[in-house]
Design a binder for this molecule. Sequence first.
Ligand code: PLP
Length: 406
Amino acid sequence: MSHDVETIRAQFPGLAGTANGKPFTYLDSGATAQKPLAVIERMDRFLRNEYGTVHRGLYARSVESTQAYEQARVTVAKFINAPAEKNIVFTMGCTDAINLVAWSWGRKHLKKGDRVLITGMEHHANIVPWQIVREITGLELIACPILDDGSLDMDAFDKLLDERVKLVSVIHVANSLGTINPVKELTRKAHAIGAKVLIDAAQSAPHMRLDVQDLDCDFLVFAGHKLYGPTGIGVLYGKSNVLDDMPPWRGGGEMIEKVTIEKTTFAPAPARFEAGTPPIVEAIGLAAACQWMNTFNWEKIQAAERTLYDYAEAGLATIPGLRRIGTAANRNTILSFTMPNAHASDISSILDLEGVAIRAGHHCAQPVMQRYGVSATARVSLGIYNTQTDIDRLIAGLRKVSELFR
Ligand SMILES: *Cc1c(COP(=O)(O)O)cnc(C)c1O
């Protein structure tokens, strides 16, 4: 059976209706994805009938809530083929997960002169935490340059990767460019010199099958809300030996073994990293999103998204003067561009009048903008529910922009 996008669309109430009197055309899933009924209804049911706190209560409702929360961890572990649920730490988001690694692993294991190697195409979430922890540890933050097409400069990577590098922290699919980085190869190279590896999978998790054991990364992070799940929940995957060697970064309830006023001993991972009442409903919503994603054949999803991506690129190529930013051979789901005379925000505002939602700005990747000498780009990002009709509306809108700003 072919991948039936209309059946998928029908499961997303957020896509129905109009915007500015036009059919709502959502092309900003890279910022956040709409939610399928499977997620909305699971969270609704949990809130109505099953809600209780976790890990504390001894009454039936709390025990059941705890089971549902811990079962969500199992579902997420399976989703990325983690060896066990204890490898999964629930966080408040992708940003929060990277901050956890920086504050906990980074503060313990990085000392003055140790290097964290990132790339020139990182999201600010994988730059700023390292700069903040740099103030405390004296670590050096270095970035591997990117080539004109938006791919990673592999020669430069090889040169920068020496024994001073203790962590390679790299974006899987670049949110500002669409570049797919060869993370498995980067991981192999980093491990060869004894460095650990963190993969920022915020943009890849919704679009490709992730297998953390095959990738062999030490950490992998992503956000629930870009994976058709709720906001307020993210995931840190960590190898067991790595998580076990990390101190807590936030203190509070839930993460302890025994507390006296003099001293506290901490619970093992993952509880050690989940201080306070966790995002219970959101974890359950994320598990529902993973289960919903699992109902699809990933090859078919990817083939359909690839076809639509090619269709969108062909459409963009017909707009006079449009400059694509991010044309690496290996790219997907994200299309960034600029147009002559029209600022990215003009493009987005005019498209908005046509009901078409795209992102305009620096995409939390200002170093990428600096690399290309632009202050902002317009960005189209595709989701599982997008159709050729969505792209046709986009291209028609861009023709208007092009005429207005000739
Ligand atoms: C969105 C995004 C983040 C940050 O995710 P939050 O949900 O905002 O915490 C980090 N990295 C990449 C590549 C992203 O696209």
